[in-house]
Design a protein. Structure first.
Length: 46
């Protein structure tokens, strides 16, 4: 039964891992854009 549970969890985690990796890349891009916007605002404020 442990082996069956392991196989089910692998089948569940693999697609989740791929979508999470894609989401992480999107979040990374958004954070870079926000960081660039924040640094631009700081330069303008000085």
């Amino acid at each position: 039964s442990t082996l069956i549970f392991g196989l089910i969890s692998i089948c569940f985690w693999v697609p989740l891992f791929f979508t999470a990796e894609k989401d992480f890349k999107e979040i990374n891009e958004i954070m870079k854009k926000r960081a660039a916007l924040l640094s631009d605002q700081e330069v303008r404020d000085e």
